[in-house]
Design a protein. Structure first.
Length: 318
């Protein structure tokens, strides 16, 4: 794969994992309903929900429990004379974190390298009311970086556990190297090392999932960690979110209200200075595919995106 040396490093500069397609070739696809599709193009923004209020909130628990488990599963840590024995203060903080809740907020929205996946239609849409929006991967990454967000591939199972263990090992290594001030005594040093590790784990937690979800081939837009909510207008190209404050809105979930924020996708082609993020839109499985496809094409044209609409290949069984 050719890499443009004039561009900053990209998460897409590397080959795809075995069994997956490269985002440069297929784009990144977002699954949504009709109201979701209209909302995205009316507001020129994708909604990103607070991870703690989604089914995926267990990922924070998974990350911190895996960090605690690494203390007894990683030889460099648990062997006699190893770092767990040498630095019991940090080891204790890591163990206790497995039962503690994350109190900040991270907002996420999901994509897949699968453009037509029945399980994701079932998970993110409703029967006969399903659409996909496929985005240009590198354009989406450029927009994310400009706004202080990250576009990251999700890691599953063993891959996730190994990466978490590497962070834990790194924390002990920094402690062993004397990277933290000894002012305040051993407890203060252990706490400083833990706070450093905690922030690192919180940053990567949204990119880790259980191996049971590996078939989703998921990528995520991830907001900066936010410890405060505020109510101004969503960010723009000239006013990115850099102060750990995200504008919060609310939507109704099945059983409770869910906070979310908006990630701007910009203008359609021919408007403004940026290239369009949108590659293609498609109608998912439904009972009236011809009418639905025609309506989608007319809608996309009215939104400034002519000739980017079609239909999904999965047959409908109502």
């Amino acid at each position: 794969m050719m890499v443009d040396v004039n561009e900053p490093p990209s998460v897409f500069d590397y080959p795809a994992n075995p069994g997956t397609q490269h985002p440069d070739e297929v784009g990144l696809t977002h699954y949504t309903t009709g109201p979701g599709l209209i909302g995205i193009f009316d507001s020129k923004a994708i909604w990103a929900s607070d991870l703690r209020h989604l089914n995926d909130s267990s990922e924070f628990t998974f990350t911190f429990k895996t960090a605690a488990y690494s203390l007894q599963s990683t030889p460099a840590l648990y062997q006699p004379g190893g770092w767990v024995e040498k630095y019991p203060g940090l080891a204790d903080r890591i163990r206790r974190s497995a039962d503690q809740a994350w109190t900040g907020s991270v907002f996420v929205t999901s994509f897949s390298t699968k453009q037509s996946d029945l399980s994701q239609f079932r998970g993110y849409t409703t029967p006969g009311n399903a659409y996909t929006i496929t985005f240009h991967a590198r354009e989406l990454e450029r927009r994310a970086k400009s706004l202080g967000w990250r576009l990251e591939r999700v890691w599953y199972g063993t891959d996730a556990s190994e990466r978490i263990a590497e962070l834990v090992i790194g924390a002990f290594a920094k402690l062993d190297n004397g990277d933290y001030s000894t002012h305040g005594g051993e407890d203060a040093v252990s706490e400083a090392a833990w706070q450093d590790l905690f922030l690192g784990l919180a940053m990567v937690a949204p990119t880790f999932k259980d191996a049971a979800f590996a078939d989703e081939h998921e990528w995520r837009l991830i907001s900066p960690p936010s410890y405060f909510w505020s109510l101004p207008e969503p960010p723009t190209d000239t006013a990115p979110m850099t102060d750990q404050r995200l504008p919060v809105l609310w939507r109704a979930g099945p059983t409770f209200l869910i906070p979310y924020t908006k990630f701007p996708i910009g203008d359609p082609p021919g408007f403004g200075k940026d290239s369009s993020l949108v590659k293609f839109c498609a109608v998912g499985p439904g009972p009236h595919m011809v009418f639905a496809t025609s309506s989608l094409l007319n809608f996309m044209t009215s939104m400034g995106y002519p000739s980017v609409a079609g239909q999904n290949g999965i047959p409908y069984r109502g």
